[in-house]
Design a protein around this ligand. Structure first.
Ligand SMILES: Cc1cc2nc3c(=O)[nH]c(=O)nc-3n(C[C@H](O)[C@H](O)[C@H](O)COP(=O)(O)OP(=O)(O)OC[C@H]3O[C@@H](n4cnc5c(N)ncnc54)[C@H](O)[C@@H]3O)c2cc1C
Length: 381
């Protein structure tokens, strides 16, 4: 009997998992004992961190894409289709198109997160963001015409993809405006929902003085409730008002209705064991990457490290061995700090990160990593 592993989502998590698993169980696949199926709803793999650079004219949304077919091991069956539902009793997935239901022995959900600006009244009309290909291109056009006034970078949605992109945007914008001799005519404000500039205490401690040095105003306990696009004002739950000329936000995020409907997690994120990545509410189901409700950040590096550990576990499971590999929450994020410098943070479920002194070397390392990412997606790095 062939053991079929079905992976839904061909982003960072799904691609790294599919490639690593195909490599580990190559002999079993060749013998017909194991089948690995990767389902993605589009033909391209998208590397989302590229979107940060689009508003500043350094990258285009096209730079973020590569055909999945070029990235995925030939031993993996790649299906381009959109999964519409999962039945964990029948152990099947259904598709939006006319394709018949697909039975699985082991199911991995890796559908990522989606942004939902429409959840906050006025946000979609009044604000911009860089968390999608069209949105980041629109923001590039807005920024190119922005010569004076109040630039507000507001974190509306928590949890959100990438723990540090909201910090990177105003720090890069500061340098970008200085290089164009516009900084004196632009005030920058960064807002965050809790009582400090970042959810991780050590990152908040590091970035607070840096923002002050760069003359970026920080507003905390700032939870936007609605945006008035005509008056260009953000209204918060706390009863505060903030006027803007250009509003950039990290919009609210959501998981997936597929997860809610399958009873795998009420909030749309899959409830999992943080170490084994096994779903809490169903047998033979796993989740990793942004769709998993894990006590770490929704970051590509977390997805990558979790995927390599899950590949080890699944290789053991399909061979009938006891799986021992566990994910420890390892996450590594570079942080662009402007002035062509960057730092990075490395942490796991137990250890808080300590940001290093920013340097040009780390900035170039980040840019270098962004190129070599395509080897990561292939499962090589
Ligand atoms: C602007 C920005 C900057 C970032 N910078 C960094 C960074 O510097 N470092 C870092 O570590 N992380 C960063 N991230 C976060 C990182 O991109 C995500 O954490 C990572 O992409 C998560 O991988 P994933 O595979 O879980 O989800 P995704 O990469 O989103 O992949 C999900 C895949 O599932 C597919 N899919 C969804 N629903 C279905 C369905 N129903 N059927 C079939 N397919 C489906 C999607 O098309 C997609 O291909 C950044 C994110 C953004 C937006």
């Amino acid at each position: 009997m062939t053991e079929r592993v079905v992976i839904v989502g061909g982003g960072t998590a799904g691609s790294v998992l599919a490639n690593n698993l195909a490599d580990e169980v190559a002999a079993e696949i060749d013998a017909g004992d194991v089948e690995v199926v990767l389902v993605n709803d589009r033909e391209e793999h998208v590397y989302k961190p590229t979107w940060l650079y689009v508003p500043f004219g350094e990258k285009t949304p096209e730079d973020a894409k590569r055909p999945l077919d070029d990235l995925i091991d030939r031993r993996v069956d790649l299906l381009i289709d959109r999964v519409s539902a999962v039945d964990t009793d029948a152990e099947t997935v259904s598709f939006e198109g006319s394709r018949s239901d697909l039975a699985y022995d082991h199911l991995v959900l890796a559908m990522g997160a989606q942004v939902t600006p429409e959840e906050t009244p006025g946000l979609a009309e009044g604000g911009h963001h860089f968390y999608g290909p069209e949105a980041t291109e629109e923001l590039r056009q807005e920024l190119a015409e922005f010569t004076e006034g109040h630039l507000v970078m507001s974190v509306v949605g928590v949890p959100h993809m990438c723990p540090v992109a909201p910090l990177e945007f105003p720090l890069i914008a500061d340098t970008w405006l200085r290089e164009r001799d516009l900084r004196e005519d632009v005030d920058i404000t960064y807002t965050y929902p809790i009582n400090r500039a970042h959810g991780i205490q050590s990152v908040a401690d590091w970035v607070g003085p840096l923002m002050e040095e760069r003359d970026i105003n920080v507003e905390t306990f700032f939870n936007p409730e609605r945006v008035d696009p005509d008056e260009q004002v953000v209204h918060t739950v706390e009863g505060r008002e903030l006027s803007y000329d250009l509003l950039v936000t990290i919009p609210p995020h959501d998981g997936s209705d597929i997860v809610r409907d399958a009873g795998l997690g009420d909030d749309g994120w899959v409830d999992v064991d943080p170490a084994t990545l096994e779903a809490t509410h169903a047998e033979n189901v796993y989740a990793l990457g942004d769709i998993a409700d894990l006590p770490t950040s929704k970051a590509g590096s977390a997805a990558h490290y979790a995927a390599t550990s899950l590949a080890d576990r699944l290789a053991s499971v399909v061979r009938g061995h006891r799986p021992t590999a566990e994910y420890d929450g390892k996450t590594v994020c570079f942080i662009e700090s402007g002035e062509d410098e960057a730092t990075y943070i490395s942490f796991d479920y137990d250890e808080e990160p300590t940001p290093k002194q920013p340097s040009k070397l780390i900035h170039w390392s980040k840019l270098g990593y962004n190129q070599s990412y395509w080897l990561t997606a292939r499962g090589v790095l």
